[in-house]
Design a protein around this ligand. Structure first.
Ligand SMILES: [Zn+2]
Length: 254
């Protein structure tokens, strides 16, 4: 049994064959797919997927850092006053993304901080999106750690040392298709942290693992990530699936 802890199967890339995609996932043993949110509009799309596939999907709610702009307070208000946070397994995805644009760095930090507070209030984990922003993320997150906020660094963007820092803060390391790419430093990261701190993810439709690299990603391909972790850590495929599944069940209270 596998859990894909990060999948955007509500996006238009899946409009024509989501049934097939869900079947493919079930066939390889995917038991749960967690859908992280992007902005106000995507919540409606996520909810439609949840209605159609209620047993295999779980939803997170949040404002993605690339959707943060001058109007972010209005966006946060629309999201969190429009929907019942108690119906979601996590706040996400939230964080800081300085890859494309640094214009809204202060707004991104403030939106991230605000959403961490909400996670604490509702006692649910956060799904962190971090891109070219690891130190900024830590700066915002650190003051909250003592109050018990937990979660995952999705598509973990760092090195082994940063992975250890994340683990020491009580967070999980999200590992996806990048692990299978040539020149990726993720094999070294995976070798240096216990499996007990790893969550599997696809980030579908993006970042498809080898041998599907370049194609649309889908939850079934999480098995290629599990296979690669098994190879790197000299662990059985079954153990990788079981341990990472237990991790996901624990952090998301599934
Ligand atoms: Zn994502």
């Amino acid at each position: 049994m596998l859990i894909d802890t990060h999948s955007h199967i509500y996006l238009e890339q899946f409009d024509n064959d989501l049934d097939r995609v869900i079947k493919n996932a079930v066939e390889v043993g995917v038991e749960k797919i967690i859908l992280p949110n992007i902005n106000f509009d995507s919540i409606i799309k996520m909810q439609a997927v949840k209605l159609a596939y209620p047993l295999i999907t779980e939803l997170a709610i949040g404002l993605h850092p690339t959707s943060v702009n001058y109007n972010y307070k209005k966006s946060l208000n629309l999201i969190y006053n429009g929907f019942d946070i108690a119906e979601y397994v996590a706040i996400g995805e939230v964080g800081i993304d300085l890859y494309w644009d640094k214009t809204f760095i202060e707004q991104q930090k403030d939106a991230f901080d605000y959403q961490i507070e909400l996670a604490k209030l509702y006692n649910i984990p956060i799904i962190i999106h971090s891109r070219n922003s690891f130190d900024d993320i830590i700066d915002v997150l650190k003051p909250h750690v003592s109050s018990g906020v937990k979660g995952v660094f999705h598509c973990f963007p760092g090195n082994s040392k940063q992975a250890k820092l994340v683990i020491d803060m009580g967070f999980y390391v999200g590992i996806g298709g990048i692990l299978t790419y040539k020149n990726s430093n993720m094999p070294e990261v995976v070798e240096n942290i216990p499996l007990e701190y790893i969550l599997l993810e696809t980030d579908a439709p993006y970042l498809s693992p080898v041998p599907k690299r370049g194609q649309r990603n889908e939850p079934a391909y999480v098995k290629y990530v599990a296979e690669m972790i098994a190879r790197i850590t000299a662990t059985s495929y079954e153990s990788v699936c079981k341990i990472t599944r237990d991790n996901a069940k624990q952090v998301f209270a599934l």
